[in-house]
Design a protein around this ligand. Structure first.
Ligand code: SF4
Ligand code: SF4
Length: 449
């Protein structure tokens, strides 16, 4: 099979061997969960419960009106003990609902729905009601992608099975163990949007997963045109823009979205969740993730309820050597977020937790820029990281935007290749937040009726 790719890219060490091929383990239900109210890219939610309320597993506990919102559901049955700010996986404090788990497991799922006989509107409403977001990135609500404007017809839906992030193996194992659900989720999107072509795009270092999916297509693919495409193993092959270029040859324009070139890209975990939202009426209340890094003595792939606090996992689930731990990252080392401690809950977009010891966590002391230009050569989006960094450092956020700040996919390749260890991607993440806040503050207030 021909392998496809994009131009450029880097080859950080894969470091997947600790969990590669390890069966996914469902962890015991934790004694309590801490569920962030806002786990999506969009307007903030409001809590629908109060302290003392008894909730069922799957019950909606936070939601909001508005196009870019998705609800959050209780991942265990129990009693709401607190609603208070806690540190979240993006390293900021945000409101969380703390639920103490009950001994009984009462559920409040939706009725099953046949995605292939219901209307498009019913299917989109189901995906929203199930609280499904992109489970590999910023938590973009999936249903929003399924209703593109009429002038943006979609030709292909791409399942993102690249998993190019070092250390992480949960997508690979999900494709191997839950392949039929992944294909079903892809077929549901294709049917809902009316798209004829579906592609399962997988890096060639996961040939086992690719072969296993290929065998399942005839039985799980609903007779649709679904195929497997192998991708070269390199970073950031799983970035939406790179994936689209590799699979279709098209380039998403600056400031544009996949729909601008007729594509929808969806994460593997999200496809499985979509399948379960229809077949079982189950909202997104649990997810698969990889626990890894040398400070984790029991590296593995697990399924955990959303809200499971990593630092509260019992030793039989995760034996963490806190003396050896030098750096904890929610996600992988390239695109993940370093966190100050492990008392942080699993969220809808937590694909892994990487716990590094001193041998893995490189010294991060920054030196001065030596103007070597490696960051520019290493940037797959053809941006000028050093110039964007200079503009952000000078407080000139609009200038950074002109140079391309909002086109940065935060892949971290520039930081990886920088010999001065300048924390470029970290600055770009903060710079984007500041720029958006600055623009929102400068926008005229809506006229009063
Ligand atoms: S500037 Fe952004 S897109 Fe380019 S390499 Fe750095 S993090 Fe990646
Ligand atoms: S790679 Fe680092 S040192 Fe080289 S130009 Fe870019 S920021 Fe400067």
């Amino acid at each position: 099979m021909e392998t496809k790719t994009f131009k450029g890219g880097i080859h950080p060490p894969e470091r997947k061997e600790a969990t590669e091929g390890k069966a996914i383990e469902r962890i015991p239900v934790p004694k309590q969960v801490v569920i962030p109210i806002n786990q999506h890219f969009g307007a903030p939610n409001q809590a629908l419960v109060k302290v003392g309320d008894v909730v069922k597993r799957g019950q909606k506990i936070a939601d909001a009106e508005g196009r870019m919102t998705v609800p959050v559901h209780a991942s265990v049955a129990g009693t709401v003990k607190k609603i208070e700010p806690r540190t979240q996986s993006n390293n900021t404090d945000g409101p969380c609902i703390v639920i103490e788990t009950a001994e009984t497991d009462e559920t409040d799922f939706m009725p099953a729905l046949d995605a292939f006989s219901c209307t498009k509107e019913e299917a989109i409403a189901r995906i929203r009601d199930a609280g499904i977001v992109g489970m590999g990135g910023a938590g973009f609500p999936v249903y929003v992608k399924l209703a593109p404007p009429p002038n943006k017809p979609i030709d292909v839906v791409i399942a993102n099975g690249a998993e190019c992030e070092p250390y992480l193996t949960i997508d690979e194992m999900t494709m191997i163990e839950e392949g039929a659900k992944v294909i079903e989720g892809l077929a549901i999107i294709m049917k809902t949007v009316g798209v004829k072509k579906g592609v399962l795009a997988i890096e060639e270092n996961k040939k086992h997963a690719a072969e296993s999916l290929e065998k399942l297509i005839p039985s799980a693919g609903r007779g649709l045109d679904i195929s497997v495409v192998l991708l070269k193993t390199k970073y950031p092959q799983g970035g939406e823009k790179m994936l689209i270029t590799a699979v279709t040859g098209k380039e998403v324009p600056s400031g544009g979205l996949p729909m601008d070139v007729g594509c929808i890209v969806q994460n593997i975990g999200s496809l499985k969740a979509i399948s379960e939202a229809f077949s079982d009426g189950k909202p997104l209340i649990e997810r698969g993730l990889t626990l890894t890094g040398k400070a984790c003595k029991t590296p593995k792939n697990i399924i955990a309820p959303i809200g499971t606090v990593i630092g509260e996992l019992p030793a039989e689930v995760a034996e963490i050597d806190l003396d050896a731990l030098r750096k904890a990252i929610f996600g992988g080392p390239m695109m993940g977020t370093a966190v100050p401690h492990l008392n942080i809950p699993v969220q809808k977009n937590t694909s892994g937790v990487t716990m590094m010891d001193a041998t893995e966590a490189e010294a991060t002391e920054e030196g001065p820029c030596i103007r070597c230009g490696r960051c520019m050569r290493g940037c797959t989006c053809r941006l000028s990281p050093v110039l964007m960094n200079n503009a952000i450092e000078a407080g000139e956020l609009e200038k950074a935007a002109k140079i391309g700040l909002l086109d940065c996919i935060e892949c971290g390749s520039c930081s990886y290749v920088c010999p001065a260890r300048i924390q470029l991607v970290q600055r770009f993440r903060v710079g984007k937040q500041l720029l958006r806040a600055q623009r929102a503050a400068a926008a005229p207030a809506p006229a009063k009726a």
